[in-house]
Design a protein around this ligand. Structure first.
Ligand SMILES: Cc1cc2nc3c(=O)[nH]c(=O)nc-3n(C[C@H](O)[C@H](O)[C@H](O)COP(=O)(O)O)c2cc1C
Ligand code: SF4
Length: 678
C-alpha cells in the first residue's frame, strides 16, 4: 500500500476509486455533432491510462433542447449519445479509471440563437451578462418537462455504463432557482429556500426513480455566491444539510462564487497571478460540517497542494483539471517518483478562454492535449541519431530542442540573449504573469536532463550554424516589434516591448495604439499607467484586446480601470509628427469620414512582430530542402523528406514567430509537430 496520501484508494459507496486525483467536469468542446466521438474519447483515455482515479466527463452535458450548447456541449437529450458514452466509458474502464458525467440544464446561461431557436428560460427574466440572453420566466409545464428530461438523461447515463453522474448547480438552471437574485417565482418553486430547492429535489427524486440507488449521483454546487443578496455561506450550509438529509446524494463537489460575469467566473476558476487553492478551506469546512464525500477543484495546480488537501482531511477527492490538461500523466509521474517532470499548468487559461470564443480547448504549452489522435504526449525515439542545431531559445526553439532530445538526437541551441525565454520572458516581466516562466523553465530542465548543449550570447550567423555540423537546422529566432505601420512618423513611435522591457520610460500623456490586440498592449498600458501617466488605448477593432479573451482580461481590467486608463474603439492611428516638443497624432477610422488630432507626449504601438529571418534566408540556399515544408506530409504526420537540393548539407526549417507573428501555442505546436517525426 503506498504511503502517499494522494495514492490511497477511496471507497465511494460500492465504487473503489484507485487514488484521490480526479479531473472535474470540463467541456473541452471536442464534441462532434454534440457527441463524444474519437477525439473526445482519446482525450479521456490518455488520462485514464496514466492513472487518474475518476474522470468527470463532459461539462454541462445538456438534458434539454431548450438548453442549447453554450460551448459545444454534449447533447445528452439524444439517444444516440449512449453509444458514444459507452465507448468512452469502456475504454477508460479498461485502464482502471471510473467515469461519470456532469449533466445540466443551462437555464439562462446560453443563447437562444442556436440549436432549435427555442427561448432560453430561467426562474426570472433577469439577464445573464456573460451569455446576454433575456430569459423567459419558467412555467409549470416547463418544470414538469425538464424534470422528466433529467430522468431521461440519467437513464442514458446508466445505459452507457457510467459509474455515476453529477448535477451542475452553479450558474445554471438548478441554482438559478436557488438564488434569491434569479428566482422571483410565486408558488411552489419560488419564495422561501424550501421552495427554491424544490426543483432540485424533484429532479433528484425523478433520477432515483429512473435509475435506482445504484448509480452514483452527486452535485456540483455553489455554497456561497459571494454576491450581495445572493446565497450566503449559511444558505450554502443549509442547502448542503438538506442535500445530505434527502439521502439521494452520494457526494458534494463544492464551488464558491458566481459565474454570471467574466469577473465572477475568474474568481471561481482563478488564473495565473491569482491565489492558489482559494476555496479549499471553504470546501474543507463543508466536508467537516456535513460529512458527505467531498470533491473540489479550483487552482490546485501542484501536487504538493493536492497532497495537502487530502492529508489535512479537507477533501476526499481533489480535482486537478487544468493541471491534467497541461500534463495528463501526473499520476504516473507521482507513482514513478518523477514529480519534477510534471509539465506545470501555468494558469494561462488559454484552454478555457478559447471555448468561450467558440474554439476547442488547447493548452498553451502542451500542443498534444486535445490532439491525442495524432499528436503524442510521449515522444518516440528516432531510429537514427542526428545532429540538430536550433537557433533561438524561446518557446518554439526550446520545444524543438526538447522533442529532438527526447528522440535521442544530439542537440545544440544557439541563443543571442544571455538567457532563454524570448517573448515569454517579456510576458513574465509583469508580476501577475510570472508563472509564464514555467513554460521555459520546464523545457530547460527537460533539455538539460537530456544533454542538450546551450550556447547563450551567440548572435548566430550561417557560419556559426554550419560549424556545428548539423543534419537539421531549426530557425526559431522569433520576431521583433513591428512599428512600420503609419503613413508618416514611424520613427517617432515606441513599441509595447520597449515599455514592457523598461528600455523606454513612459511619458506623462500616452496614446497606445493596439491593433494586435494581444497581451503586450495591455501589459504596456499597465506599466505606463502604474508609472503615473495618462493612457488612452486606441484600437480600430470593435472591441479592444480580442486576443486576450474573457477571463484573461479580468485582472487587466481590475488594474487598468483603477488607474483610469481609457479605451477608444473603432479609431485608427494614421500619422504622427513632432509638435513643439510633443507629438501630434492624426486619427481616422476604417468607417471613413472622420479625422481627429490628438496631442500627446508619447505614442506607443502594439502591432505584432516581423520575423527575425535574416539567418533563415542566409541558410536557405545551403539546405537540402531549401527551407520547404511539405504540408501534405506535415499534416499526415509523416517525416519531412530531404528536399529538392541534393547538394544542400542539412534540412532547414523555421518555426514560431520567425515565420509570422502568432502566439505561444502556435510556436510550440509548430515545433512539436515538425520535430516529433524528424
Ligand atoms: C476547458 C474547461 C471547461 C470547463 N467546463 C466546465 C463545465 O462545463 N462544468 C463545470 O462544472 N466546470 C467546468 N470547468 C471548470 C473545471 O471543472 C474546474 O472547476 C476548473 O478548471 C478549476 O479547477 P482547476 O484549477 O483544477 O483547473 C471547465 C474548465 C475548463 C478548463
Ligand atoms: S492553457 Fe494554461 S491554464 Fe490551461 S492547462 Fe494549459 S497551462 Fe494550464
Amino acid at each position: 500500500m503506498p504511503t502517499d496520501p494522494l495514492l490511497q484508494p477511496y471507497q465511494l459507496r460500492h465504487l473503489t476509486l484507485r487514488n484521490r486525483l480526479m479531473t472535474t467536469a470540463h467541456e473541452p468542446a471536442y464534441a462532434e455533432d454534440g457527441m463524444p466521438k474519437a477525439r473526445y474519447r482519446a482525450y479521456h483515455v490518455e488520462r485514464a491510462k496514466a492513472g487518474i482515479a475518476l474522470t468527470m466527463t463532459a461539462g454541462s452535458a445538456t438534458v434539454s433542447r431548450d438548453s442549447p450548447p453554450a460551448f459545444n456541449n454534449i447533447l445528452l437529450y439524444k439517444d444516440e449519445v449512449v453509444r458514444w458514452m459507452r465507448e468512452l466509458a469502456d475504454a477508460c474502464h479498461e485502464h482502471g479509471a471510473a467515469v461519470m458525467i456532469q449533466i445540466t440544464h443551462l437555464g439562462r446561461r446560453t443563447r437562444w440563437d442556436r440549436g432549435f431557436w427555442l427561448p432560453v428560460l430561467s426562474s426570472s427574466h433577469r439577464r445573464e451578462a456573460a451569455h446576454r440572453a433575456f430569459p423567459k420566466r419558467i412555467e409549470d409545464w416547463d418544470i414538469r418537462r425538464i424534470i422528466a428530461e433529467y430522468g431521461d438523461a440519467a437513464e442514458r447515463v446508466r445505459a452507457a455504463g457510467l459509474d455515476g453522474l453529477e448535477l451542475e448547480a452553479y450558474g445554471h438552471l438548478m441554482d438559478q432557482f436557488w438564488s434569491p437574485l434569479t428566482n422571483d417565482l410565486d408558488g411552489p418553486y419560488g419564495g422561501p429556500l424550501e421552495n427554491r430547492l424544490r426543483f432540485t429535489f424533484d429532479v433528484l427524486t425523478e433520477i432515483r426513480k429512473r435509475v435506482g440507488p445504484e448509480l452514483i449521483v452527486g452535485i456540483r454546487y455553489t455554497a456561497d455566491e459571494l454576491l450581495a443578496r445572493g446565497l450566503s455561506p449559511e444558505d450554502g450550509l443549509e442547502i448542503s444539510r438538506r442535500l445530505k438529509a434527502s439521502g439521494m446524494v452520494d457526494f458534494l463537489n463544492v464551488i464558491r462564487g458566481h459565474i454570471d460575469t467574466d469577473a465572477g467566473l475568474t474568481d471561481v476558476i482563478p488564473i495565473q497571478g491569482m491565489p492558489s487553492a482559494p476555496h479549499l478551506d471553504f470546501a474543507g469546512e463543508i466536508r467537516a460540517r456535513i460529512g458527505l464525500p467531498t470533491f473540489h477543484a479550483a487552482r490546485i495546480q501542484d501536487v504538493a497542494t493536492a497532497r495537502h488537501a487530502i492529508a489535512a482531511g479537507k477533501l476526499d477527492m481533489v480535482g486537478m483539471t487544468r493541471a491534467h490538461m497541461a500534463d495528463p500523466h501526473i499520476v504516473r509521474k507521482i507513482r514513478e517518483g518523477r514529480e519534477a517532470d510534471i509539465r506545470p499548468c501555468v494558469g494561462a487559461n488559454y484552454c478555457l478562454d478559447r471555448i468561450y470564443q467558440g474554439g476547442s480547448a488547447y493548452c498553451i504549452h502542451n500542443a498534444a492535449t486535445g490532439r491525442e489522435l495524432f499528436m503524442p504526449h510521449e515522444i518516440v525515439p528516432a531510429a537514427v541519431r542526428r545532429t540538430f542545431v536550433i537557433v533561438g531559445a524561446g518557446p518554439a526553439g526550446l520545444e524543438a530542442a526538447r522533442v529532438a532530445a527526447e528522440r535521442g538526437h544530439a542537440v545544440v541551441v544557439l541563443e543571442a540573449a544571455s538567457e532563454p525565454g524570448g517573448q515569454v520572458r517579456l510576458a513574465a516581466r509583469s508580476r501577475r504573469r510570472s508563472e509564464m516562466n514555467g513554460i521555459i523553465e520546464w523545457r530547460m530542465a527537460q533539455c538539460v536532463a537530456r544533454g542538450v548543449r546551450f550556447r547563450f550570447d551567440v548572435w548566430a550567423e550561417a557560419d556559426d550554424v554550419i560549424a556545428e555540423g548539423p543534419d537539421v537546422v531549426v530557425v526559431a529566432t522569433g520576431g521583433l516589434p513591428h512599428v512600420e505601420l503609419l503613413d508618416s512618423g514611424n520613427e517617432l513611435l515606441v513599441s509595447s516591448w520597449d515599455i514592457i522591457s523598461g528600455s523606454v520610460a513612459p511619458r506623462p500623456d500616452v496614446l497606445l495604439f493596439d491593433d494586435a490586440g494581444d497581451h503586450a498592449g495591455l501589459q504596456a498600458a499597465e506599466v505606463i499607467a502604474a508609472a503615473g501617466s495618462r493612457v488612452e488605448i486606441m484600437t480600430p477593432d470593435r472591441c479592444f484586446a480580442p486576443e486576450v479573451m474573457g477571463m484573461n482580461l479580468v485582472p487587466y481590467m481590475r488594474a487598468l480601470q483603477k488607474l483610469d486608463v481609457t479605451f477608444t474603439v473603432t479609431f485608427r492611428l494614421e500619422a504622427v509628427s513632432s509638435d513643439a516638443g510633443r507629438l501630434l497624432a492624426v486619427v481616422g477610422s476604417d468607417y471613413g469620414g472622420v479625422r481627429k488630432e490628438r496631442r500627446v507626449d508619447q505614442v506607443v504601438v502594439n502591432h505584432g512582430t516581423v520575423p527575425n529571418e535574416e539567418l533563415y534566408w542566409a541558410l536557405k540556399p545551403l539546405s537540402s530542402n531549401l527551407g520547404e515544408v511539405d504540408y501534405d506530409r506535415l499534416v499526415a504526420d509523416l517525416p519531412q523528406t530531404s528536399g529538392s537540393n541534393p547538394e544542400g548539407g542539412f534540412q532547414l526549417f523555421r518555426v514560431g514567430d520567425a515565420v509570422s507573428s502568432r502566439n505561444v501555442h502556435a510556436a510550440i505546436y509548430d515545433a512539436l509537430r515538425l520535430v516529433k517525426d524528424l
